[in-house]
Design a protein around this ligand. Structure first.
Ligand SMILES: CCCCCCCCCC/C=C\CCCC(=O)SCCNC(=O)CCNC(=O)[C@H](O)C(C)(C)COP(=O)(O)OP(=O)(O)OC[C@H]1O[C@@H](n2cnc3c(N)ncnc32)[C@H](O)[C@@H]1OP(=O)(O)O
Ligand code: FAD
Length: 664
């Protein structure tokens, strides 16, 4: 099929070469080649390809997802993939892989929470798929408030075993992925009791099913929790345990130990047992970038080939991408996807560095990285889901089809604001950190890390620093506005908290009564962080780009900053970081920048380099022949393979013949 001329002209008139930017996104031309080889291995594989997924039943999808998971294992062995290749493969399959919790949580939990002997025993079994596991933490009654977990593990000194039980309905495990039908084992988080003393939430390895028959073991009641909005292949489950006994060495003992005679000791930081969640929060940030890149690719290409209506009366119908309002739906998502790229790259290295310190029992970096990973997981998933919905609607009626590729991406991404810590709760974790830093800054001590700008901002009187017109496209000046805004919102929340406390409210009550402001400040901190990482990316990752490409990536960053101010203008005005005249100029500049970026919109999404067989979209194919692909997809619907469906004989015909009765 030839390329649609409407999309070709976009590529021909772009001011830079997409491939240069692709190399930047991958890290180097060699890395691009390597990724393409991996993506081809996946995308061309008939067992992995998700082409017909939208026509499958729940059970067919589950089975295909198991096969896909297995096939990924084979490809990994055949082509010698490393862990990054494997994680990317999972992401490129949009998590349509049963058992992915085994890889992204069960194994990492053993690695992080187990001691050397436990690693030696369990990791080979898990890595070789001799056992399959889940991460079972959430209960029917508690998902957020981990100190409230009710599943009990009571130590029995006489037999040197833990006895695990579900004392009531609310204490059954509820939600763990792959628990329903696909796990033989669980890393199970339960509250440990020794002689009735509560020793907090601890991790245990518990076998759930017989490895030969797959039947639940005695005392184990397990099953699926029912159909969900999406992620049909991750069979989320429930689990009831009736006095199930496990040996003492099946408590994962890296950070807390129980001796044979029942002595409880701890080593490391109090929250070290939460470290698996931190890893997945980093993975979620990465997956938000990818989902947005997918959405932006599909909708930008579709908007460049769909023509409808006219701008100039009587002139030929225009590409919908030429409507300014359509640009406002599409361009922010392109700019955000690039900002998220820089941010997730930074986050990856920051996490690896801090994790290495933690491995060496240096926990000093834990509070800051907990703040950053919690905040970015929340912020990036909030933004990604909101923008994906905007993008989906920007496809008009075809945005409601499953074959468009964006709907599935969107509903899968919708899980991310909830999983791994509900977003509001995570913003409140960020707010705790903000309040601590505010206190430090107020005493004149230096705040370190991501909030070090507080030191300067807390003292200096505020001016926007926007004097000349050029200042409005100076990303460093724009970043200062964001930092000012964050510090001011933090101070405002802090002042409110203190005021309520001084007026007699206990601290916890004052906190709850300030939590809307606290969350607002936390979001501002996250937005500022992402912009900061985008700017850093310009001078690190983007610096070697040819000038024309660098200019476009720079424009995107300026637009990201300006557009963010227009979206949050209330915060910027209320805190006095800009005045109304400055806001008007910012709005104007943002629109002008958007028009410039529009010219390169298709080339910018091409640079994400997502192959058609992974994009899996009728609307967003590289060749731009959306209408042909829509028609082909409709024709391949199994319901269209018969001219007359059984429902005709059964119901419609009797109705037409007036034979339907109330018995029908
Ligand atoms: C990898 C590639 C693949 C990519 C694919 C990715 C896609 C992934 C899709 C994933 C899909 C499904 C997986 C989903 C799996 C799950 O959902 S597992 C369950 C996750 N559950 C949660 O996240 C629970 C959320 N709750 C919490 O984290 C905590 O309970 C909460 C932080 C809310 C509070 O904890 P408490 O124990 O009550 O602690 P506090 O008293 O509030 O705080 C005490 C201090 O501890 C600090 N803290 C808390 N957590 C951490 C941490 N993780 N690390 C470091 N520090 C932490 C907290 O800030 C307090 O500090 P302070 O006292 O202020 O100094
Ligand atoms: C698709 C999916 C996959 C999952 N996979 C797993 C898994 O593999 N393993 C696992 O263990 N769990 C899993 N979960 C569970 C998930 O981690 C929890 O649902 C999540 O942590 C939220 O907890 P919750 O359901 O208790 O929400 P709740 O805490 O009940 O949240 C409900 C509302 O209460 C608010 N709220 C709660 N506490 C506070 C507070 N302190 N301050 C202010 N507001 C508050 C929230 O903001 C929210 O608006 C999964 C969930 C989903 C949807």
């Amino acid at each position: 099929m030839s390329v649609n001329p409407d999309i070709q002209v976009e590529r021909d008139t772009a001011t830079f070469r997409s491939i240069d930017v692709t190399h930047m996104l991958d890290g180097s031309p060699e890395a691009t080649n390597q990724r393409r080889i991996r993506q081809k291995q996946i995308g061309d594989d008939p067992q992995i390809n998700r082409r017909n997924i939208i026509f499958m039943s729940h059970e067919e999808r589950y089975e295909a997802a198991i096969a896909r998971g297995l096939r990924i294992e084979q490809l990994k062995a055949e082509h010698d993939w490393d862990i990054m290749d494997e994680n990317n493969a999972i992401m490129w399959c949009f998590s349509d892989i049963a058992m992915f919790v085994h890889k992204v949580m069960f194994i990492p939990a053993i690695e992080r929470l187990g001691n050397k002997e436990q690693h030696d025993k369990w990791l080979p079994l898990a890595i070789d798929h001799k056992i399959l596991g889940t991460y079972a933490q959430t209960e029917l009654g508690h998902g957020t408030f981990l100190r409230g977990l009710e599943m009990e593990a009571r130590y029995d000194k006489s037999t040197e075993e833990f006895v695990i039980s579900t004392p009531k309905h609310s204490s059954m495990k509820w939600w763990p992925g792959s628990l329903g039908h696909s796990s033989s084992h669980a890393v199970l988080l339960a509250t440990l009791y020794i002689d009735d003393q509560n020793c907090g939430m601890q991790p245990f390895i518990v076998q759930l099913r017989d490895l030969n028959t797959w039947k639940p073991l005695p005392g184990v009641e397990v099953g699926g929790i029912g159909p969900k909005m999406a992620l049909a292949t991750t069979d989320n489950g429930f689990l009831v345990l009736n006095n199930v006994r496990i040996p003492r060495d099946q408590m994962l003992m890296k950070y807390a130990q129980v001796s044979k005679d029942g002595k409880f000791t701890k080593s490391g930081a109090a929250k070290a047992n939460y470290s698996t969640m931190m890893l997945v929060r980093v993975g979620i940030a990465h997956s938000c970038y990818f989902s947005l890149a997918v959405g932006a690719t599909i909708v930008t290409r579709y908007s460049a080939v769909r023509r409808q209506g006219e701008i100039k009366p009587g002139a030929p119908e225009v590409k919908i991408l030429d409507y300014q309002t359509q640009q406002l739906k599409v361009i922010p998502s392109i700019a955000t996807a690039y900002a998220f790229h820089f941010c997730k790259e930074h986050l990856k290295w920051y996490y690896i560095e801090t994790f290495q310190q933690i491995q060496q029992n240096d926990f000093s970096g834990l509070p800051e990285i907990h703040c950053v990973t919690s905040g970015l997981k929340a912020y990036m998933s909030d933004i990604a889901t909101a923008q994906l919905e905007t993008l989906r609607r920007a496809c008009g009626g075809n945005g409601y089809l499953l074959s468009n590729g964006i709907t599935n991406t969107y509903i899968q991404t919708l899980a991310l604001p909830t999983v791994e810590g509900e977003n509001t709760v995570l913003y409140l974790q960020v707010a705790r950190y903000l309040m601590k830093c505010l206190k430090v800054a107020a005493t004149g001590e230096a705040v370190k890390g991501s909030l070090s700008y507080m030191n300067e901002k807390i003292k200096t009187p505020y001016t926007s620093g926007l004097v000349t017109r050029e200042d409005y496209s100076n990303v460093k000046k724009l970043l200062k506005l964001y930092q000012n805004m964050t510090v001011r919102l933090t101070q405002k929340a802090g002042d409110h908290l203190n005021k309520l406390h001084v007026s007699g409210q206990p601290k916890y009550e004052a906190w709850n009564n300030t939590s809307v402001q606290l969350v607002n400040a936390a979001k501002a901190y996250c937005q500022t962080y992402v912009l900061g990482m985008n700017i850093e990316g310009l001078s690190t990752q983007a610096v070697d780009l040819p000038g024309d490409a660098l200019e476009v990536i720079h424009q995107l960053c300026v637009f990201y900053a300006l557009h963010g101010i227009t979206e949050q203008s209330g915060n910027f005005l209320e805190t006095g970081c800009i005045n109304i005249t400055e806001l008007h100029i910012i709005q104007q500049e943002a629109q002008e920048m958007m028009a410039k970026i529009r010219k390169n919109a298709v080339a910018l999404v091409d640079a994400f380099d997502i192959p058609d067989n992974l994009l899996n979209s009728t609307l967003g194919c590289y060749d731009g022949n959306a209408y042909q692909h829509l028609y082909d997809s409709a024709k391949s619907d199994p319901m269209n393979q018969k001219q007359v469906l059984p429902a005709f004989e059964k119901y419609i015909k009797p109705m037409l013949q007036g034979k339907h009765t109330s018995k029908l």
